[in-house]
Write a protein that binds this ligand. Structure first.
Ligand code: 13P
Length: 251
């Protein structure tokens, strides 16, 4: 069966001393995390190696992005092979901020996914519609096309190794959360879309996380939705106490 997962996306936040402080607080609170919930921390790639020495091995570390290329003259980029060689096990792929600000297309995202899988890195694949797309009634077609273009070249065995995060763009960093009904509706849609392409047992084994203004107060009801398998948390993951409450809400 699929796992409950709570991942904290720190984005471009925290100085190195602040990152160490947050990681130490999480390490201290780790005994309060339910064992059945997989906890993932996604700091700046610069900090991953240093934080490995602070966080217990039960907490996975994830990059926030990687290059679609294997190696070569790509100044400023980090390859999936480099991440793997540093022991990184997960990588966020296709975050809407990457799509929006850095021009990452579904094609690039598909290549990044392939690069991760080739290097045994679990992709946390993000999809989600803008407010304009939802208002126009195009949210299902937007999300299905993102999934189809990035994931449907994979084999059944490979897609089982992908975590999907539904992050409606209008809910990210806005304080506006999708309602439980909106989240459940889209998560159920994503699962049936995957089931149609692969099969039900594949779809049932994929964790689908919700992201977008998840906080300590709303996490429990969002995670209680049958097709919501946890969360990809931005702002609230920057506070150890809030992130701990969110992790506990996923059990
Ligand atoms: P917020 O939780 O800050 O809305 O960010 C969500 C997100 O983008 C996680 O990847």
């Amino acid at each position: 069966m699929r796992r409950k997962i709570v991942a904290g996306n720190w984005k471009m936040n925290k100085s190195w001393p602040e990152a160490q402080e947050l990681a130490s607080a999480l390490a201290n609170q780790g005994n309060q995390f339910p064992t059945e919930v997989q906890v993932i921390v996604c700091p700046s790639s610069l900090y991953i190696h240093g934080l490995r020495g602070i966080l217990p091995s039960s907490i996975a570390l994830s990059a926030q992005n990687c290059s679609q290329h294997d190696l070569g003259a790509y100044t400023g980029e980090i390859s999936a092979a480099m991440l793997a060689s540093m022991g990184v096990t997960h990588c966020i792929i296709g975050h809407s901020e990457r799509r929006q600000y850095y021009g990452e297309t579904n094609e690039i995202i598909r290549e990044q996914l392939d690069a991760c899988l080739k290097n045994n890195i679990t992709p946390l694949f993000c999809c989600g519609e803008t407010l304009a797309e939802r208002d126009a009634g195009n949210h299902f077609s937007t999300v299905s096309s993102q999934i189809q273009q990035a994931l449907f070249q994979l084999s059944a065995e490979q897609i089982i190794g992908v975590v999907i995060a539904y992050e409606p763009v209008w809910a990210i960093g806005t304080g506006v959360t999708a309602s439980n009904a909106q989240a459940e509706e889209m998560h159920a849609f994503i699962r049936s879309f995957v089931a149609n392409q692969f099969n039900q047992s594949v779809a049932d084994s994929i964790s689908i996380l919700y992201g977008g203004s998840v906080n300590a107060a709303n996490a429990a009801e969002l995670f209680a939705c049958p097709n919501v398998d946890g969360g990809l948390v931005g702002g609230a993951s920057l506070k150890a106490a809030d992130f701990t409450t969110i992790i506990q809400a996923a059990q």
